[in-house]
Design a protein around this ligand. Structure first.
Ligand SMILES: C[S@@+](CC[C@H](N)C(=O)[O-])C[C@H]1O[C@@H](n2cnc3c(N)ncnc32)[C@H](O)[C@@H]1O
Length: 211
């Protein structure tokens, strides 16, 4: 449970969400993660590319990637409950996936990835030190020339997600924040329709990691 005193317990918060909410009971649920899949297709990501879905939770992106023949997928999440749900859903196919239980800002000792995908995780890092720690992991573990796909709430999006504050990004702020590590390829904004029929405006940016 989230503490009412002391520093925010991100792991406790997310374990609680994943233990108590079903797949379609969370605002970020998508049956088909169309924008993420389209960006991967547009950039002609190879089927054997090392792809990490950071804060993938029990998102169905993984299922769609496996269906499309991607063979080197890693899912990272701070919550063991999230990873357990995804593994259970996939059954035998879960053995084809690498699973990492970690705070994204603490990721350590992995082979570099060709693609780093994050939908609705980076925006929870509302203080600069945490956001910088996250970006140092991108600098370290996304290979030069690799593709970074970042989806956050846009500056027209909600101020909170799962009951906690987020940092909303304009395209200009996102590109400036990433500029020492990555070159912007494209950014789009898109409305996500939640299972509760509300709209959340997202900013999705694709970046190329600098050499
Ligand atoms: C809003 S959900 C988005 C889930 C998924 N990316 C999607 O688009 O459906 C945020 C996810 O990020 C995970 N998460 C939150 N903070 C994290 C962090 N610092 N490191 C790793 N995972 C985190 C949560 O457990 C949760 O699964």
């Amino acid at each position: 449970m989230q503490s009412t005193t002391g520093p925010f317990d991100a792991k406790g918060h997310w374990e609680n969400i994943h233990r108590t909410k079903g797949l379609k009971e969370v605002s970020w649920y998508q049956a088909i993660p169309e924008v993420s899949l389209a960006l991967l297709e547009e950039h002609q990501v190879r089927k054997d590319a090392r792809i990490i879905d950071v804060g993938g939770g029990d998102s169905l992106l993984l299922d769609h990637l496996l269906q499309r023949g991607f063979s080197a997928i890693t899912v990272l999440d701070i919550s063991s409950a999230a990873l357990a749900k995804a593994r259970l859903r996939l059954g035998e196919r879960s053995a084809e996936v690498e699973w990492i239980e970690s705070d994204a800002t603490d990721l350590t000792a992995v082979e570099p990835f060709d693609v780093w995908h994050d939908r609705a995780v980076f925006h929870f890092l509302t203080n600069d030190q945490d956001a910088e720690r996250y970006l140092r992991r991108v600098a370290e573990f996304l290979r030069p020339g690799g593709l970074l796909i970042l989806g956050t709430f846009s500056d027209n999006g909600p101020e909170k997600c799962s009951g906690i504050p987020v940092h909303r990004y304009s395209e200009a702020e996102m590109v400036t924040r990433l500029q020492s590590i990555c070159e912007r390829i494209k950014c789009i904004t898109v409305d996500h329709v939640t299972p509760f029929n509300t709209l959340q405006n997202f900013l999705f940016c694709a970046f190329r990691k600098r050499a």
